[in-house]
Design a protein around this ligand. Structure first.
Ligand code: HAM
Length: 433
């Protein structure tokens, strides 16, 4: 047998029932959160033009895209994120939609990353984007939305890391470093390759004072907004657009505090993210059990314009559902998400199969998960299977059926009773509570 028949492609995973259930639970809470905050779902294709997806994704992510030519000769790619597709929508079909426009998406994404803990080639995101506002309240809304989402899921001890790309970019621009070089430096900072970032700055002929200032910024972080902001203000004193960025960050932090956010926030002046479209605040979410981000996002005020949609500022976030799932498991969260009462309906003999189908349908119509014995097993063997799985059984026998009755047998409690069909639903509910 060729080996490709018994394994998945490297980096691709099967989700067995328990894992699939957990992922869908996370999706359900993401959707509920979207509704609570007024974000409407849009569904975009998994395959888009390469140029669209690659435009501002950043060098690291660009190298990892699944790119191919379709049979019509178009250069296309599997989406590595949602943001480019959503910005395309806002630049085209939703161009005249009233702002603010709040959009939600969920689905699988593809990046040819090196498979390792929490890093896959097919992964899932719940994505929230807010278009049309340059105000700090829009950034604060996205952060408080993530907070509500993670709280609802039952995640504990998570914290936010927040920075602002306007601080570093403001300095780089004033130093005359062109955008392409800036992007390369930001990539290095994202990968925490400080030495290489400094080398690139030297190569771009930045002043010694500026190099010194960057080193200071890279060491400026902390959880007390007042003191970190004060320090940042002092460091970037000579760079007006960097000061503006610090003030914007301060406003966002103030709003989060006055809005009652209790979650710990780490403010990091040297924080950068690999995606190139960010223009303002940037943020990520972490839990102490893992050193990879559970989600990340930020402000990107020029992407829609790049796609021909005019000036539409935006801020958004993508939560990594696979990593949230791992974090929940690591924190020992319950594993039986959304399991409703399960029942097995067993006909005593084949002539009772029709009746068994009818009873099972009636149970399902009333919200119970009902399986039918489909293996042709004897009642004893079917019961022992139900016993192993700890599920309640409804036995359909000819004698009882004639009197309009069935036998209800609770496997864990080991209780059995003959009940009127009319009372079956009630009796099941009584037994299970
Ligand atoms: P990102 O930081 O590239 O941002 O991805 C967001 C999250 O997706 C990560 O924090 C992580 O949880 C998850 N993720 C990314 N790559 C992988 C992978 N290979 N395996 C498992 N999980 C992964 C974005 O995608 C931006 N589009 C976020 C955004 C939305 N910015 C503005 N709006």
């Amino acid at each position: 047998m060729p080996p490709v028949f018994n394994q998945t492609v490297r980096g691709m995973r099967d989700f067995l029932p328990q894992d699939a259930k957990r992922l869908r639970f996370i999706e359900q809470i993401a959707r509920e959160t979207a509704e609570l905050y007024g974000y409407e779902e849009v569904i975009t294709p998994a395959i888009e033009y390469y140029e669209l997806l690659a435009a501002k994704i950043g060098e690291e992510n660009r190298k990892r895209m699944y790119v191919f030519e379709d049979l019509g000769g178009r250069k296309v790619a599997l989406r590595p994120e949602f943001t480019a597709s959503i910005a395309r929508l806002v630049a085209t079909k939703l161009q005249s939609a009233p702002k603010p426009l709040r959009l939600f998406s969920v689905g699988s994404l593809y990046r040819y990353d090196e498979p390792q803990f929490g890093r896959y080639r097919e992964f899932w995101q719940a994505n929230f984007e807010l278009f049309g506002s340059t105000m700090p309240e829009a950034d604060a809304e996205i952060i408080s939305l993530i907070d509500s989402f993670l709280r609802k899921i039952g995640l504990r001890n998570y914290c936010f890391k927040i920075g602002h790309v306007g601080v570093l970019r403001g300095i780089f621009s004033q130093e005359g470093i062109d955008e392409e070089k800036q992007n390369r430096i930001m990539q290095m900072l994202d990968k925490k390759e400080w030495e290489e970032a400094i080398r690139l700055m030297k190569e771009a002929k930045s002043s010694l004072a500026c190099l010194d200032l960057l080193k200071k910024l890279l060491g400026t972080s902390g959880s007390d907004p007042a003191s970190v902001i004060k320090e940042m203000r002092e460091i970037v004193d000579d760079y007006p657009s960097a000061i503006e960025a610090v003030e914007n960050l301060n406003e966002i932090l103030d709003l989060l505090k006055s809005g009652g956010l209790k979650t710990e926030i780490l403010i990091d002046a040297g924080f950068a993210r690999g995606l190139e479209y960010y223009t303002g605040s940037i943020f990520e979410v972490y839990v102490p059990e893992m050193d990879i981000a559970l989600g990340g996002g930020g402000r990107y005020d020029r992407l829609v314009e790049l796609f021909g949609g005019g000036k539409v500022p935006a801020v958004g976030v993508a939560m990594g559902m696979d990593r949230i799932s791992i974090a929940l498991e690591k924190q020992g969260a319950p594993t039986s998400w959304g399991v409703s009462e399960r029942l097995l309906v067993i006909p005593v003999e084949r002539s009772m199969l029709g009746e068994a189908f009818k009873v099972a349908s009636m149970l399902r119509e009333n919200g119970f998960s009902a399986e039918i014995e489909t293996m042709g097993r004897s009642v004893t063997r079917a019961l022992s299977d139900a016993d192993r799985r700890g599920i309640t059984t409804v036995i359909i026998g000819p004698k009882e059926m004639k009197e309009g009755k069935v036998v209800l047998r609770h496997m864990i409690k080991r209780k059995q009773m003959t009940v009127e069909l009319d009372e079956l639903l009630e009796k099941i509910k009584e037994q299970t509570c």
